[in-house]
Design a protein around this ligand. Structure first.
Ligand code: MRU
Length: 349
């Protein structure tokens, strides 16, 4: 992806450092964060310097590689196993994190040169993530007609993966084909991933768009303004239920009511066949401060955090919800577009 006239990935490993686009500063400032240890990388995942299922996954894979590089020769496996637990505790919902951590660990375990193998496997996961998202773009763009109005929730663009993104990859591919498209971006309270990150990405890529408040979707759909909806996923259960950013479920129900096809885009690394249904997916609860406070930039360019709720009132902050498979028109994967059903999901693996 391009920022200004330079190509960037969201996350990369160089030597023993992990480099991340500092997403908490976007869209107001663009900075690269360098993490020199696996523990620092864990903190970056927790504090959402890096966020989005695929980007979290690739970063967690790199954190495992860092742990192998940092491990003292004599205590290699006890060190690495402790690190694995810490990385897995960083965020609970995105399946890509567990996928990447386990893959790096298992491959390194089988290898004679475990440190080098861990690094190579983590790089491979990141490269595969980029390539799979590119393919999601190819398949998903077949759903987009010239003149389509697309709604999306949260940020499942290139910032949420290593490159291309999931839900936005079909948008970029359609744009590249020369199709005229328009994107409605749900602001995505409380953290504003739509208003801040998706809007910033689409502006960089010259895709016509507008931000809508989270509660405007039903109104637009009921007036025929939305032709299709594409969202990402943090974890997909064996029966096709999908965990995604809080607010997704409401959109899916509205889409069904108004006959708007509701698609989910995700690589196979987001599927968790150990979860039989959405009920088995762990849902992260985050700090109430994310609901009570907002941060933004003043006219004289200072980033400030302010209270936006009644002082002293508490808030709850579930970060994800689960959309049952019955609301989903199809899941766009790197292997093609499939129906959200157990039999079709099984065929992917
Ligand atoms: O809490 P986040 O920002 O890490 O949430 C993840 C997401 O960005 C969304 O749920 C997204 O739609 C799926 S991740 C590609």
């Amino acid at each position: 992806m391009r920022v200004g006239n330079k190509n960037f990935r969201t996350v990369w490993l160089q030597g023993s450092s992990v480099f991340l686009i500092e997403q908490n500063l976007l869209p107001f400032d663009f900075k690269i964060f360098e993490s020199k240890s696996y523990q620092e990388t864990c903190r970056a995942i927790k504090t959402m310097i890096v966020r989005g299922a695929g980007a979290i996954g690739a970063t967690a894979g790199f954190a495992m590689a860092q742990a192998f590089l940092e491990a003292p020769e004599k205590e290699l496996w006890s060190f690495v196993e402790q690190a694995k637990k810490e990385i897995e505790a960083a965020r609970p919902t995105a399946q890509n994190l567990f996928f990447a951590v386990n893959r790096v660990y298992e491959v390194a375990k089988q290898a004679s040169e475990s440190k080098q193998s861990a690094v190579a496997e983590a790089q491979k996961i990141a490269d595969e993530d980029a390539e799979n998202c590119r393919k999601i773009g190819e398949f998903g763009s077949q759903l987009i007609q010239d003149g389509s109005n697309i709604e999306t929730h949260c940020n499942a663009g290139w910032l949420a993966f290593v490159d291309y993104g999931s839900a936005l990859s079909p948008v970029y591919a359609a744009k590249k084909k020369g199709q005229k498209i328009f994107v409605y971006i749900d602001e995505t309270r409380p953290r504003g991933q739509g208003a801040r990150l998706t809007a910033w990405e689409l502006k960089n890529e010259n895709v016509p768009h507008t931000i809508i408040s989270d509660n405007a979707g039903a109104h637009l759909m009921s007036h025929g303004k939305v032709d299709l909806m594409i969202v990402g996923a943090d974890r997909i259960a064996a029966n096709g239920d999908v965990a995604n950013k809080i607010g997704t479920l409401e959109k899916a129900i509205c889409a069904k009511e108004y006959g708007v096809p509701f698609y989910v885009a995700a690589p196979t690394s987001t599927f968790d066949l150990n979860c039989k249904s959405g009920k088995d997916i762990p849902i992260e609860e985050r700090s109430q401060d994310e609901v009570l406070y907002q941060s933004g930039i003043t006219d004289d360019k200072r980033i400030e955090k302010i209270l936006v709720c009644s002082p002293g009132s508490p808030a709850i902050n579930p970060a994800f919800d689960v959309t049952p498979a019955k609301y989903i028109a199809g899941i766009i994967t790197e292997k093609g577009i499939i129906e959200a059903s157990e039999s079709n999901i099984k065929k992917l693996f």
